[in-house]
Ligand binder design. Sequence first.
Ligand code: GTP
Ligand code: SPV
Ligand code: MN
Length: 593
Amino acid sequence: MLTNNKNVLAWVDEMVALCKPAKVVWLDGSEEQLQALREEAVSTGEMMWLNQEKLPGCMYHRTAVNDVARVEDRTFICSTKQEDAGPTNNWKSPQEMHGILTPMYYGVMEGKTMYVIPYSMGPIGSKMSKVGIEVTDSIYVVLNMDIMTRIGKRALDQLGDESNDFVRGLHAKADLDDKKRYIVHFPEENSICSINSGYGGNVLLGKKCFALRIASYQGKNEGWMAEHMLILGIENPQGETKYICAAFPSACGKTNLAMLIPPEIYKKQGYKVWTVGDDIAWLRQGEDGRLWAINPENGFFGVAPGTNEKSNPNALHTTMKGTIFTNVAINNDTNTVWWEGLDKNPPVNATEWKGAKVNGPEYVAAGNKLAHPNSRFTAPAKNCPCVSPEFDNPQGVPISAIVFGGRRAKTAPLVYQSFDWNHGTFVGSIMASETTAAAAGAVGVVRRDPMAMLPFCGYNMGDYWQHWLDMGAKLGDKAPKIFNVNWFRTDDEGHFIWPGFGDNMRVLMWILARCEGKADAVETAIGYEPKPEDINIEGLKDVTIDTIKGLLDVDADLWKADVASIEEFYAKFGSKLPAEMKHQLEALKARLG
Ligand code: GTP
Ligand code: SPV
Ligand code: MN
């Protein structure tokens, strides 16, 4: 027995009685147990070993073809009152939803093994960490949770023998029937139910389900924040490190920014970049009054396509051992992996992500993709060449700046700073971005995605904005400064104008200079912008000061059109829209003239 905690034991008994597995296995976190599970998954064909010389410890998994991304239309927040889920979430009453789910789970694990995974979100021993238990019938889930969280006895020890403060997660693959797929959160019951999926964000219940949807609700009640944010540190030549959090929607560049390689001009001066997190931040006011962040995760569940030696060498190196690849393509000559954007040489002897053997170059030339656009790697954070020395620090790191951003072909400029925290909250609330392959549905459609939390806020988004305002009031003059960036402006031919990736550091340097009161700004209708000459373009080939001027241009007509769409969006929240947000919108309108 791994624990004497009666609450845990009683809940697991209840799950066993419901799902009726043939066998129950508790994950203790030992390497022997995990290795035996890897071998078992290989023996059943659920997973495959990759080339163990080139990619030691790395494995491959293919999901069902209908099960490759998060499913927002099948995701529910089941609070007692519908208004507590709000207009941006699907809702059913807990009673009705349990009525739907319970029969689906009844006997769902007959003849199978139930794995009980105790895990900690956040470093063991941190006051900011929280424990969850996930039960699942999938070894793939177990092995991913082992990389993404801190699993095993240490998590149960952290919980202790008495506490009932753990998030209950029930996952069953069932038939992988997408019509019966449900990703359901009961914030008031501290529980999550997932069924009929085997894809990451739907089934690794510590991640989006707990660390964002349930945790955002807990954060509102307990006075802290759970955000869809990367955390990175920039160390200056004097050895001082400043930390930035950034919220971008799914597949909009968090992993890439978190692991960026400084451009030569900064590298040679001695600047370094450290990765604390690439997807989720939990933020709390520290004793010193500042805002401190931990990364609740222990690994990276990153987008594979587009990752290469030039765009993100740190991510690439992170995936070279102990990594699980999902839905990428296989090079059958070497038993290694390939995806669009890795290099220009698709393998000739390839297996595409759905499992068909194809001639890679011909297949790609015919307009097909070898890897699924949302194919991913699950890699241990400790592999990352630039993982922060503070990664496991139970105190977290102090945050100087919060950055919002999305994919916008026009409207949003390269960077601007909010006038203050409340205006910054407004800036976050009006974020809009083109949809990506990270969620099922159309790609490239602009939608409002406040704080990059549209699919992840576990309660009414209006209350969430109020919580942001309340946090700002608490932080006072110690609050981080808030900025907005856009790496994705395009020219008339649809090409990205800004080089992005490592060169994004040039923008972060202006942001940090602003935080330290060392850079000037120009006041515009939407916020403070850099003087074009304050974005360092030294060493950039195709970028001139005029390019920067263009990237910073604020088109009043586009913004007026945006205001109309913001008004429409805000109207959905009725009386839940904080008065302050209305004032902010009116003030923007006035400034636009
Ligand atoms: P999730 O894990 O889904 O939350 O995504 P993420 O925000 O971590 O996105 P990620 O860093 O994996 O980037 C997704 C895609 O955006 C990749 O295809 C990248 O190549 C592309 N991308 C990232 N940064 C930039 C950038 O600065 N410029 C351009 N043009 N593309 C970028
Ligand atoms: C995202 O979609 O924002 C992700 C991947 O980070 S998933 O875990 O699938 O949600
Ligand atoms: Mn994400």
